[in-house]
Design a protein around this ligand. Sequence first.
Ligand code: GRG
Length: 311
Amino acid sequence: MREGTEVLDLASFLEEERGRMDRALSRAVAQAAPALPHGLLSPIERGVLAGGKRLRPILCVSAYRASAGARGGGGAKAPEAMYDLAVALELIHAYSLMHDDLPCMDDAELRRGEPTVHVLCGERETMVAGAALIPVAALQAWRAAGDLGLDRKASEEAVRVLTRAAGGAGMVGGQALDLLGEGARLSRTELDELHRRKTGALLEGSLVLGAVAARADESIRKGLSTFGREIGLAFQITDDLLDATGDAATLGKNPSDELMRKSTYVSLLGVEGARDEAHARSRAATEALRVAGIRAPALEALAGFVVSRDR
Ligand code: GRG
């Protein structure tokens, strides 16, 4: 894929980028492995290396390229260290799915068309392996930022962006709101706030991390941040739609929102209303790029992918 060309072949772009992310994730796991007690390697390999769309690191590298392009470096290939930095996001994402699937959480037995990690490796092992991935991700980001040539201040900023997105004000905080709201009927404002944290924070952080890595100026960083916030919501609304209308064979997991009586965008807006809202958020994301003067065919295509995906 050449970012400078007008038409982007999304399918081959995604395939190429996923391959690079998978290789970077294998390097990250191999780097972490010597320090880990032997029993943790299996659940970590299973949780990290067995598939997934790799959306967050792909967004991160795309934001890096778009930022470099805005500074006059358009079309440049991202260095390998950028992929190493981006997959720190995927390590956090992987742990969150491992924990989210546990019997004490969503109690899911199927993910990505395969038995979940705890089904294969045991509950306690999965819990500990998931926790081990959090510092592994922070160290991965720190090391990769150095390899990328970022100075100390920018490297610290990269780790801060990652850990804030993953923490109490972000993903874990959103998960806590989700648990506290169980059984309640949430308002639109409450649902937005829950998902802005639980799903949106890591997606928005992916864009901001790419901007930090490219040393983007404030206006580019803000534009990418707004893009990330909008696609975060579009992604979650689509997730709710897929859960309500998809089947396990396509989704690779069992629909569960209705079973768990969750407040969702579908329960709040209906299928058509939720679909309209997802597309509106996707358009708002693209508009944020235009307003900030960011030319990024890959990000525009990814904004479309987020709402057109079938899993
Ligand atoms: C500390 C108990 C404890 C929990 C950690 C579990 C947790 C925090 C947070 C949950 C975050 C979570 C699972 C959010 C859902 C996000 C979501 C819609 C994930 C699906 O993402 P995709 O579609 O997955 O990108 P793939 O399979 O493509 O990687």
